[in-house]
Design a protein around this ligand. Structure first.
Ligand code: XMP
Length: 506
C-alpha cells in the first residue's frame, strides 16, 4: 500500500491512477490525516500531491511534520516538494517567472529516483512558487532555467521531491520515475491485481459484518451489481438484495437481473414488482423535476417497506466509487437536475454502510466484475438514470408510452451492438418526445409518435459530444423502429452536445 496525501492538486487522482497502473495499491487521503492514522496503515511509501496554494500563505494546507520522522519513504510532487522544503528548513518563494507546460530538465545527478533520465529531459511543470534553497542534508539532483531546485533528495531519510509532474504524459519518463520510487525506494513488488484486491476486499467485508445481516439495493447497473456479488462472496446468505421494478427499466432488464443474481450467483433476491405503484403516482405529472422527486420518494418508501419486512438489518451495501468519495462535500454546483440514485435512502434509516468499491475507478470496477465472472451485459452496461424511462418519456408517463420507448431503446441497443460500437459510446438510447406527427403508411394517413435517438461520447457525463453515427447504423435503427413499433411513424437524431443540451432530455 502507498498513500497519496492530497493537497488539492488537479492531478492528484492521476497520481493514484499511475501508481495502480504500476500494480501497487494506493489510497488517497486528505493532507490533514493524522500521522498516527497514516502510520497505522503501514504504507510502504507516501506521495505528497501538488496543490494550488503557496506554502507561505496563511492557512496553507500542511501535514504534520512528524510524518518525516516515520522513516516511510516520501515523494513530494510540486506543492508537495515546496512543503517538504519549507517544513525541513529550506527556502520557498515566488518564482521570478512561473513555469507552465513542457520544460527542459537538467538532471544533475542520476540517483535512485532519476536514474532513468538522460542529462537533459522533457518534463511538465505547473508552478508559480519555487524552492530557492534545499533543506540541510538534501542534495539537488535537477534544475531548470527558472528553478534552481527542480528535484532534491535526502536518501538517508528516504525523502525525495520533484518540482515537475511525473504523473502526466508530457513528462515522458514520468512513469519510470514513479516506478523507481515505488519499486527501488519503497520496495514495492508490483503484485497488486484485481484478484488481490478482491481477496482483500472480501476479507475486509467479512471482518466488518461478522454474522450480521446485510441489505443491498440492486439497480442492475454495474456498480451495485459488482458490490452485491463481492459482498455475497464475503458473507453468503447473510446478504439480501432488493431489486425494485418501478416499471421504468430497460426492456428485459427485470428478467435479466433476476436470472443473473438468482440463478448464476444464487443470491437471495427480493424482487419487488412496484410498477403499478409508481405509475399511479406519476399519473398526470408532466414536470421533470416533480417526476424525479416522486420516483425518488416512492423508491425510498418501497425500500423501507422491504427493509421492515426483512427485519434486523445492520448493514447496507452501496456501490459508491472512488470519484464520488473524493468529490463529495467539495462540489457546489448548481442543481440542473436533481439526480437520484437507486440506494439513496432517508437519513433516519440506521444502517452502517458497506462500500467495497470506494477505492476503485469505474474501469477498475468493470475489471473486478470480470474477475468475478459477471456477465458482459452487466459489466459493460452503459449508464442508465435512476428515474429510468420516466425522464425519457417527455410529458406524462403512461404504461403505453414506456412500452414504446422500451422497444425503441432495445432496437437502438441491438443495432449499436451489432455495429460494434456499444462499449465505445458513453450512452445511446431512445427518447419519446411528447409529440405526434403526420405520416403515410400504405395508402393511409398516420398520426403517430416521433422517437428521438441520442448517442453521446463523454468521460464523466459533465460534458458530452454527440456521436457521428454511421448513416447505415442510423438507417437500420430508423427503419426497424418504424416497421416494428406501430405507434411510431418518424425517427429523428439529436445532434446537440452538452452543453448546451443535457444528455437526457429531462
Ligand atoms: P444529464 O442529463 O444531466 O445527465 O446530462 C448526466 C448523466 O447522469 C444521468 N442521469 C441520472 N442519473 N439519476 C441518475 O442516477 C438521475 O436522476 C439522472 N438524470 C440523469 C444521465 O443518464 C447521464 O449519464
Amino acid at each position: 500500500l502507498v498513500i497519496v496525501l492530497d493537497f488539492g492538486g488537479q492531478y492528484s487522482h492521476l497520481i493514484a491512477r499511475r501508481i495502480r497502473e504500476l500494480k501497487v495499491f494506493c489510497e488517497m487521503l486528505p493532507f490533514s490525516t493524522p500521522v498516527a492514522e497514516i502510520a497505522a496503515k503501514k504504507p510502504k511509501g507516501i506521495v505528497f500531491s501538488g496543490g494550488p496554494s503557496s506554502v507561505y500563505q496563511d492557512k496553507a494546507p500542511a501535514c504534520d511534520p512528524a510524518i518525516y520522522e516515520t522513516g516511510i519513504p516520501i515523494l513530494g510532487i510540486c506543492y508537495g516538494m515546496q512543503l517538504m522544503a519549507q517544513q525541513l528548513g529550506g527556502g520557498v518563494s515566488r518564482a521570478v517567472q512561473r513555469e507552465y507546460g513542457k520544460t527542459g530538465l537538467n538532471v544533475l545527478e542520476r540517483d535512485k529516483l532519476l536514474g532513468c533520465m538522460e542529462p537533459v529531459e522533457q518534463c511538465w511543470m505547473s508552478h508559480g512558487d519555487r524552492v530557492e534553497k534545499a533543506p540541510p542534508g538534501f542534495s539537488i539532483t535537477a534544475s531548470t532555467d527558472h528553478s534552481p531546485v527542480a528535484a532534491m533528495v535526502c536518501p538517508d531519510r528516504r525523502l525525495y521531491a520533484v518540482q515537475f509532474h511525473p504523473e502526466v504524459v508530457h513528462t515522458p519518463k514520468g512513469q519510470d520515475v514513479l516506478k523507481a520510487f515505488l519499486y527501488d525506494i519503497c520496495g514495492c513488488h508490483g503484485l497488486w491485481t484485481m484478484g488481490s484486491f478482491l481477496e482483500r476486499a472480501v476479507a475486509e467485508v467479512k471482518r466488518r459484518v461478522g454474522d450480521k445481516k446485510v441489505l443491498c439495493g440492486l439497480s442492475g447497473g454495474v456498480d451495485s451489481s459488482v458490490a452485491a456479488v463481492l459482498v455475497q462472496r464475503a458473507v453468503g446468505d447473510q446478504l439480501t438484495c432488493v431489486f425494485v421494478n418501478q416499471g421504468l427499466l430497460r426492456k428485459g432488464e427485470a428478467e435479466q437481473v433476476q436470472k443473473t443474481f438468482r440463478e448464476k450467483f444464487k443470491i437471495n433476491l427480493v424482487y419487488v414488482d412496484a410498477r403499478e405503484r409508481f405509475l399511479s403516482k406519476l399519473a398526470g405529472v408532466t414536470d421533470p423535476e416533480r417526476k424525479r422527486k416522486i420516483i425518488g420518494e416512492e423508491f425510498i418508501r418501497v425500500f423501507e417497506d422491504e427493509a421492515a419486512r426483512l427485519g434486523d438489518i445492520d448493514f447496507l451495501v452501496q456501490g459508491t466509487l472512488y470519484p464520488d468519495v473524493v468529490e463529495s462535500g467539495t462540489a457546489t454546483a448548481a442543481v440542473i437536475k436533481s439526480h437520484h440514485n437507486v440506494g439513496c435512502l432517508p437519513e433516519d434509516m440506521k444502517f452502517e454502510l458497506v462500500e467495497p468499491l470506494r477505492w476503485l475507478f469505474k474501469d477498475e470496477v468493470r475489471a473486478l466484475g470480470e474477475e468475478m465472472d459477471l456477465p458482459e451485459e452487466v459489466v459493460w452496461r452503459q449508464p442508465f438514470p435512476g428515474p429510468g424511462m420516466a425522464v425519457r418519456v417527455l410529458g406524462e408517463v403512461t404504461a403505453e408510452k414506456v412500452a414504446v420507448v422500451q422497444e425503441a431503446d432495445a432496437i437502438v441497443e441491438e443495432e449499436i451492438r451489432k455495429a460494434g460500437l456499444y462499449r465505445r459510446i458513453w450512452q445511446s438510447f431512445a427518447i419519446l418526445p411528447d409529440m405526434k406527427s403526420v405520416g403515410v403508411m400504405g395508402d393511409e394517413r398516420t398520426y403517430s409518435y416521433t422517437v428521438a435517438i441520442r448517442a453521446v461520447m463523454s468521460n464523466d457525463a459533465m460534458t458530452a459530444d454527440w456521436v457521428r453515427l454511421p448513416y447505415e447504423v442510423l438507417e437500420a435503427i430508423s427503419s426497424r423502429i418504424v416497421s416494428e413499433i406501430k405507434e411510431v411513424n418518424r425517427v429523428v437524431y439529436d445532434i446537440t452536445s452538452k452543453p448546451p443540451a443535457t444528455i437526457e432530455w429531462e
